[in-house]
Ligand binder design. Structure first.
Ligand code: HEM
Ligand SMILES: *[C@@H]1O[C@H](CO)[C@@H](O)[C@H](O)[C@H]1NC(C)=O
Ligand SMILES: *[C@@H]1O[C@H](CO)[C@@H](O)[C@H](O)[C@H]1NC(C)=O
Length: 281
């Protein structure tokens, strides 16, 4: 009986995912056909190829790239502000204290280099990061989701802006305030996105296991970050942690929805396509 329920839930979730993917052909100003229309139909494929080479050499990069996308989008929107280098006298986002463990910038440079050869000044660094993060999730055994494109690169990157990022010490109500009240995520999307941390501690071939092992409650309770432990312990979030632990289809589905939302935070109307992701044109 329980198995039948689980199976029908799983079938239902698949149907919902397909419908959602179809409905999301065009989202706001972003579109699934953006680079096709721009004359660079192979943009996504180029990102995936470079990502796949990089992750084959260093599987831990999957987590790093996902985190770069998150830090980019939460600070000044998804505009590749995180990728800009500091300049003399000006400290950029990437050199603010939470940067200590940011990695993966060289992979983004490598992707950009190939794209500049194939489609000069066409593919924004913000789109590269969004696509690369999706590919990282998939290569780590997570769910595939469509990434509509057409983001613009921003002009501002200031270390002080990283105050918008969640501190690891926040309690559940502070996390809800940041993700739900200020950013428009649902509580369950916030919990699912925090599940992105299951990538962060994996090594080599173990990614997939870690992700599918998400449905082991003991593992969830061993939350490695304070914030994850907080989500597992607090009344307003614990039920979703338990729900995802029991139903990995639901976890993947909510994670996809959360990533779609995250990839569209505060998109710039005015912007650029940088030639190098590290410096303004
Ligand atoms: C809920 C609020 C969050 C807090 C407080 C938080 C905090 C942290 C902290 C403290 C680390 C460890 C950094 C280190 O290694 O020293 C980390 C790593 C990481 N975070 Fe989060 N995070 C949050 C949400 C997210 C979200 C929404 C995502 C993406 C969906 C994400 C993706 C990652 C990844 C993938 C890593 C591992 C990076 C690597 O191994 O290179 N985090 N996070
Ligand atoms: C982080 O910031 C420090 C100093 O602010 C800087 O020396 C270092 O290169 C930065 N790390 C990355 C990965 O950008
Ligand atoms: C959570 O943290 C906030 C800000 O630090 C604090 O005001 C609030 O009382 C805390 N809530 C709980 C339930 O501990």
């Amino acid at each position: 009986m329980a198995n039948t329920n689980k199976l029908s839930t799983s079938v239902m979730m698949t149907v919902v995912m397909v419908l959602a993917a179809t409905a999301w052909g065009v989202t706001g100003e972003l579109s699934m056909e953006y680079y096709y229309m721009q004359g660079c139909p192979m943009a996504e494929m180029i990102v995936r190829d470079v990502m796949s080479d990089a992750i084959m050499k260093d599987p831990t990069l999957a987590a790093s790239i996902l985190r770069l996308h998150f830090h980019d989008c939460f600070v000044q929107g998804c505009d590749a502000s995180l990728l800009l280098d500091s300049t003399p006298g000006h400290k950029a986002e990437k050199d603010a204290p939470p940067n200590r463990t940011l990695r993966g910038f060289k992979v983004i440079d490598a992707i950009k280099e190939v794209l500049e050869e194939q489609c000069p000044s066409m593919v924004s660094c913000a789109d590269i990061l969004a696509l690369a993060a999706r590919d990282a999730v998939v290569m780590a055994g997570g769910p595939y989701y469509d990434v509509p494109t057409g983001r613009k690169d921003g002009f501002r990157s200031d270390a002080a802006d990283t105050a918008a990022l969640p501190a690891a010490t926040l309690n559940a109500s502070a996390l809800v305030d940041l993700f739900v009240d200020r950013r428009g995520f649902s509580v369950e999307e916030m919990v699912a996105l925090s599940g992105g941390h299951t990538l962060g501690v994996a090594h080599c071939a173990n990614f997939k296991n870690r992700l599918s092992n998400f449905d082991s409650t003991s593992q969830v309770n061993r939350g490695l970050l304070t914030s994850d432990q907080t989500l597992a312990d607090s009344p307003e979030t614990a039920m979703f942690v338990n729900m995802f632990a029991e139903n990995s289809d639901m976890f993947f589905y909510t994670f996809q929805q959360g990533m779609l939302k995250m990839g569209q935070l505060d998109l710039k109307e005015q912007g650029d396509v940088r030639k190098s992701c590290r410096v303004l044109n």
